[in-house]
Design a protein around this ligand. Structure first.
Ligand code: SF4
Ligand code: SF4
Length: 326
């Protein structure tokens, strides 16, 4: 479908309209804010804890979620890119898909860089990519917004809302503002050099071990990272004797993440776990599989890591210590 564009006086007009048919998340958004919230919408689709099935001794009963339609309102481009990444990872996961099919995605263009973000360096923003959202909000002024419907789902959600079609000059302005925002991002040479070093295997092993010493295995990074998708499962016996299997977010930074029943652990050293995390985020092999890097440049790991080994800290250390071929 060709993108359709309209004028909107304020995002609340859209919010009020959608609230008639959708549960709105978050309940009190702040459209126009330019920093992604500390907690991404990941958990709305990939639940932090959920039941998978129960077993009563004779039958297995799948416990699929059955959510009402909901709208993720005012999601920044980095997080929408992460959802599109997770859509691939969970393409055949019925629990994720049961939520995803009920979700309407309303993106919002960022018009100035956020503190730790680097979305342009990893092709994840700051303008919302049309293929990652159903609707896009773009602020033109304090009293005027553009509203873009990217697909039939988005257009259908606008039914009953009286809107005037937007003109080409404002659409051109959107492109210009996004281009101007990209120019305002800080120098990203440490990220580029770090990515090259990781893929050329030029990061000294002892640097990974030094970085590993700083990891507290708190899982702050993996919990907040919108693209992290590792999970574990466990079984619990109910009071009536039924067995319930649940899954929960796991973290590749935990010492026990890969420990086997024999106690063999392929990533026993923290440095190996830190190396694997960053190789998954920036490895070319993963980019080939998913069509992009596993990092969307939100900067949350930099904000949260108590060991000061978030993305900028790590990539600066790598770019200064690695011996690059060119
Ligand atoms: S946030 Fe930092 S300390 Fe915590 S698990 Fe991640 S890398 Fe380790
Ligand atoms: S690795 Fe860090 S910057 Fe990249 S998407 Fe995850 S939390 Fe955001």
């Amino acid at each position: 479908m060709k993108i359709q564009s309209f004028y909107l006086n304020h995002p609340n007009t859209l919010r009020d309209h959608l609230a008639k048919s959708y549960r709105i998340e978050p309940p009190q958004a702040a459209p126009g804010q330019n920093t992604p919230p500390l907690v991404s919408p990941k958990g709305q689709l990939f639940a932090e804890h959920e039941n998978l099935f129960t077993f009563d001794g004779e039958c297995f009963r799948e416990t699929l979620p059955n959510p009402e339609p909901f709208a993720l309102f005012g999601v920044q481009s980095c997080d929408l890119t992460a959802i599109s990444y997770q859509d691939q990872f969970f393409a055949n996961d019925p629990y994720y898909q049961a939520r995803r099919q009920q979700a309407l995605l309303i993106g919002i263009d960022c018009l100035s860089p956020c503190q730790h973000g680097f979305c342009p360096s990893v092709n994840a923003g700051p303008g919302v990519k049309h293929e990652t959202a159903d609707l896009i909000l773009h602020q033109l002024s304090t009293t005027s917004w553009l509203l873009l419907a990217c697909n039939q789902k988005g257009l259908g959600a606008l039914e009953g809302l009286s809107l005037n079609p937007a003109n080409q000059p404002e659409l051109n302005d959107r492109d210009d503002r996004i281009a101007s925002c990209i120019e305002q991002f800080s120098d990203d040479s440490h990220l580029k050099q770090g990515i090259t070093a990781i893929n050329q295997n030029q990061v000294p092993e002892d640097l990974w071990q030094q970085l590993g010493l700083q990891c507290l295995s708190c899982s702050g990074c993996t919990s907040l990272c919108p693209t992290c998708s590792c999970y574990g499962t466990w079984e619990q016996q109910e009071s009536n004797g039924d067995i319930r299997r649940q899954r929960f977010w796991d973290s590749c930074l935990y010492e026990s993440f890969q420990r086997e029943a024999s106690q063999h652990n392929p990533t026993e050293k923290a440095g190996e776990r830190v190396k694997r995390f960053w190789t998954h985020k920036f490895g070319d092999n993963f980019a080939k599989e998913f069509g992009r890097y596993g990092c969307v440049g939100c900067g949350r790991c930099e904000v949260t890591c108590p060991g000061v080994i978030g993305v900028h800290s790590v990539m600066k250390r790598i770019s200064s210590d690695a011996q690059l071929d060119n």
